[in-house]
Design a protein around this ligand. Structure first.
Ligand SMILES: NC(=O)c1ccc[n+]([C@@H]2O[C@H](COP(=O)([O-])OP(=O)(O)OC[C@H]3O[C@@H](n4cnc5c(N)ncnc54)[C@H](OP(=O)(O)O)[C@@H]3O)[C@@H](O)[C@H]2O)c1
Length: 239
């Protein structure tokens, strides 16, 4: 039985990644920060399907102490999925240090130090890491300067770690296009959504399962490392 840690696994894309990996017989460590009820419900659901096949763990991933504590609870690991992130606009004329630290620490420092601290455990099992990137790490999204930079950095982190951690650990990425509309302060208007859809070659949003299936594919592909697969319906063709 293989074990996967999925960060931000309580809902949306992270939850689907947990579901797909669980269906593929992984034992799941569901990381959450604030969504404790959703995380516990998901773990209970999994444990009813297969006893002892899921547990939850809380950590604020912009805090290095939380990352260290989380890593100490992990005995054995085959797959780390760095999915958790923050996403909200940071227009260039109103950047704040606080926004910079929140986004860079959550989207880059967390994945980097989780990967490095857990590398010994992953190495013992010839395991792998899958980072959830974003096509906007390559082609910037207007008004999202800090987020774009954080995702460009995690794309480079994917390739760098693939080199550093070979041959015992493979490191790959999945770059989603438009999958689920952003919520709360990043919410889009009807016109903004339509304009985004018009730029997708396949003319529709993807589904969380499209991302989760690609994570599973990379986890099971023993001869792929250092690659980032765009799952974007052709959005990067930039019509
Ligand atoms: N949605 C899309 O269409 C889309 C497009 C491109 C790329 N992506 C990428 O795909 C991944 C998942 O996207 P999503 O939309 O499902 O994500 P999301 O709902 O915005 O966030 C996922 C989780 O990240 C966790 N998180 C946020 N800040 C954290 C922190 N400081 N410490 C620990 N956990 C933290 C939250 O956990 P709690 O709820 O427990 O607090 C949240 O549930 C992200 O990496 C995102 O950048 C998504």
């Amino acid at each position: 039985m293989k074990t996967a840690l999925v960060t931000g696994g309580a809902h949306r894309i992270g939850q689907q990644i947990c579901r797909t990996l669980h269906e593929a017989n992984f034992t799941i460590i569901i990381h959450y920060n604030t969504s404790s009820i959703d995380a516990e419900n998901l773990a209970n659901e999994f444990n009813l399907i297969r006893a002892n096949s899921a547990r939850t763990i809380q950590a604020e991933l912009s805090n290095i102490k939380d990352i260290e504590q989380l890593c100490q609870t992990i005995e054995s690991l085959d797959l780390l999925v760095n999915n958790a992130s923050v996403f909200y606009p940071t227009p260039i004329n109103s950047l704040t240090l606080s926004d910079y630290q929140t986004t860079m620490n959550t989207n880059l420092m967390g994945p980097l130090f989780l990967s490095s601290t857990l590398s010994k455990k992953l190495s013992e099992n010839q395991g792998s890491i899958v980072n959830i990137v974003d096509i906007h790490g390559d082609r910037p999204l207007k008004n999202h300067t800090i987020y774009n930079i954080s995702k460009a950095a995690i794309a480079m982190m994917t390739k760098t770690l693939a080199k550093e951690l070979a041959p015992n650990i493979r490191v790959n990425g999945v770059s989603p296009g438009s999958i689920l509309w952003p919520e709360n302060e990043a919410e889009l208007s009807h016109d903004q959504k339509q304009s985004m859809l018009n730029k997708i070659a396949l003319n529709k949003q993807g589904a969380a399962t499209d991302i989760a299936n690609t994570v599973l594919f990379l986890a099971q592909s023993d001869y792929i490392t250092g690659q980032i697969i765009a799952v974007d319906g052709g959005r990067s063709l930039n019509q």
